[in-house]
Ligand binder design. Sequence first.
Ligand SMILES: Cc1cc2nc3c(=O)[nH]c(=O)nc-3n(C[C@H](O)[C@H](O)[C@H](O)COP(=O)(O)O)c2cc1C
Length: 388
Amino acid sequence: MLGVCGGIAAYKMAALTSTLVQRGATVDVIMTDEATKFVGPLTFSSLTARPVYSSLWDAPERIPHIRLVREAQAVLVAPATANVIAKLAHGIADDLLTTALLAARIPIAIAPAMNSAMFEHPATLANLATLTGRGYEIVDPDEGFLAERERGVGRLAPEEWLLEALARMLARTQSLRGKRIAITAGPTREAFDPIRFVSNASTGATGIELAREAAARGGDVTLLLGPTALQPPPGVRVIGFTTAQELYDAAMREVLDADLTIATAAVADWRPSTRSESKLKKTDEDLDVRMVRNPDVLAALGERKGKTFLVGFAAETDDHEANAREKLRRKHLDAIVVNDVRGERGFGAGPNHLTLLYGERGRRDLGTAEKRALAARLLDALEELMCS
Ligand SMILES: Cc1cc2nc3c(=O)[nH]c(=O)nc-3n(C[C@H](O)[C@H](O)[C@H](O)COP(=O)(O)O)c2cc1C
């Protein structure tokens, strides 16, 4: 799908559309209202032999903003105006293009094109940084002659760069086809009476984003998900668990033959030794709760892993990498992701920082970003390791 916005470079998209069609692509074009002032929709509909859409209200009974992005494999927004970039960064959906982009679960590339002052404005740069953090691919503008007879950064990236970005995104959509992926996510709850339990701050967000990304790459994904208020992604088989024992049983039953297993669940190491059938009555006395060991799910997967590429997560507050390397060896993992959780960093929404460790000395810093973008970076790195 191509999203064309109201910038001078809109005319260049006719040539790109023609190239894509000649290479066998099926192309749907959405134009903003302003874009139609620069190029006529007829140009695109003739090239694609398909209708061109610009309004939410042309055929609302067919819900075009959802249908178009469900049928597409990837979206390129080019030229992306400062205005559409700002709307996307803030979740504004006030026309067909921005509404469709908000509804998209497929890779999106944004190719900004504008006057250099607009491009270098702190608002535009901050909006682009937000989109990068969310996993959008930004195709940087080129430097050179601008329509207003100035020179600077802001020319739409050359066609070749746009085609490369599309090829990268399309490769991602197929890269896990035929692979079975198992992901554990979320906290466990270990109850000591019907309403009280010991748990932790995990929300499952990291595992949910990994499951979403793995499914978007064509993987056959099973998500073992603990109690959370977050919604699992569509197109993924979800198996719920509450306690560490339930996760252990489900993991032994469901995921031993996966090609790739990523264990992000925050599993309780201990559980209360007894669970009262009725609510414990409040007294003036202190309450002693004895905790006993839970089974170690990750170690058990490591002992039985066969051909599975097994990846653990280490949520550490001190000595992160040394502890994680020790866990990598002891639990027979192929790789481990270090997550610094001091001060509850790493839990829930917001940016996170991950480091991937593998083999004797292998190390890759995945940087700081939103969990959705980090999920894509982690899967890129794991796919590379699995092939090497
Ligand atoms: C002649 C002309 C050229 C323009 N070129 C650009 C441009 O290259 N990039 C840009 O971000 N805005 C450009 N604008 C401003 C946008 O058209 C304007 O912000 C509009 O609201 C964008 O609408 P859209 O983002 O819904 O397409 C241009 C405006 C005019 C009148």
